[in-house]
Design a protein around this ligand. Structure first.
Ligand SMILES: Nc1ncnc2c1ncn2[C@@H]1O[C@H](COP(=O)(O)OP(=O)(O)OP(=O)(O)O)[C@@H](O)[C@H]1O
Length: 325
């Protein structure tokens, strides 16, 4: 294991930011810390980096107890959303900075900077100033700078948060490819579930200072440990006391199944090849249903139609913070 966090607690005044957090992050993986705003993701990352001190608990990095080590002795590289660059230095000088303060030989610094600029696809921009780069290019420069000193772990706090959606998506793909090339253990904070699902090998879901679940994107999506994880990682609806995905609601025109809930279609919307339906049950609950256009047409569904709803056989349903099927 590259990073072991055990029994970590952190409070700010009487506000508990981290509550007995335990996680093990394997070497060489790309891990996302995912959760809603204020859940404690950045606090956890900052404690791993050594920028914040925990009240209790331990952090081990590559087998070394780092709990009381200062940040600069932990061999971690980090990149934040609003990354501080040296505005008066060229891109190449920014990347070289960490190596120069470590007094590495000049030839080695030049070679390493060339390699890194190539890795982040900025070779032709080495002589520019950071202000002459786009936001996405600046973040790639920040990553090259963090990687320059060959950190054991790379910590990224919403590194693409301030960028527009298209650039964000490009950088996300690029980060995945970069990681496949260099394999440095990487932990990144995001509140964007799509970003975590697309990029990470493993996701740690954090909410209200606690780890809700750790798993691969598929495990979290298909086997959510509870209601919170299920609703954070995809669209959900509620039917008769359970939470499930809208495409897992079965619609029939007759009450043939025991336990089927009677409802009336109040809204039917075609979106591309899908049909999105809202059905109001006899108890006044609005249930969201998604099905293919072909299926909706075969059933002859329309607004005002009376239907019966059940979870599709084998559907993942979650009841009161507990997995039931
Ligand atoms: N230095 C501090 N002093 C007081 N409270 C703090 C401090 N740092 C963080 N907090 C509080 O701790 C909680 C967790 O913050 P943290 O930044 O870790 O959350 P987060 O999950 O990273 O959220 P976001 O995605 O919004 O950054 C928040 O409620 C925050 O207000």
């Amino acid at each position: 294991m590259s990073i072991e966090v055990s029994g970590l607690n952190k409070s700010f005044g009487d506000f508990v930011a981290l509550d007995d957090v335990n996680v093990s992050l394997p070497t060489g993986q790309l891990t996302a810390l995912l959760g809603p705003s204020g859940g404690g993701k950045s606090t956890l990352l900052r404690i791993i980096a050594g920028l914040e001190k925990a009240d209790s608990g331990a952090v081990t990095i590559e087998g070394v107890d780092a709990t009381h080590l200062p940040a600069q002795k932990r061999n971690v590289g980090f990149v934040f959303q609003h990354y501080a660059v040296f505005k008066h230095m060229t891109v190449a000088k920014n990347v070289a900075f960490g190596l120069e303060i470590r007094k590495r030989p000049k030839a080695e610094v030049t070679r390493r900077v060339d390699e890194l600029l190539e890795l982040v696809h900025l070779s032709q921009f080495g002589h520019r100033l950071p202000s002459q780069l786009s936001g996405g290019q600046r973040q790639r420069m920040a990553l090259a700078r963090a990687l320059a000193v060959e950190p054991t772990v790379l910590l990224l706090d919403e590194p693409f948060g301030a960028l527009d959606a298209k650039v964000r998506r490009e950088l996300r793909d690029w980060l995945r490819r970069l990681h496949d090339e260099v394999h440095v253990t990487t932990v990144f904070v995001t509140h964007d579930q799509e970003e975590a699902l697309e990029v990470a090998d493993e996701i740690v879901v954090i909410n209200e200072g606690r780890v809700e679940q750790v798993g691969t994107p598929d495990q979290l999506y298909d086997e959510p440990a509870n209601d919170f994880v299920m609703s954070f990682l995809g669209e959900v609806t509620h039917l008769g006391g359970v939470t499930l995905r809208p495409h897992d609601v079965d619609v029939s025109l007759a009450s043939s199944t025991a336990g089927a809930v009677e409802a009336t279609i109040t809204r039917l919307l075609r979106v591309g090849f899908e049909v999105r339906i809202t059905a109001r049950t006899v108890t006044g609950e609005d249930v969201a249903v998604v099905m293919t256009r072909t299926h909706a047409r075969a059933l002859g569904l329309a607004e005002g139609a009376r239907v019966w709803l059940t979870p599709t056989p084998g559907a993942k349903v979650v009841r009161r913070m507990e997995l039931v099927g």
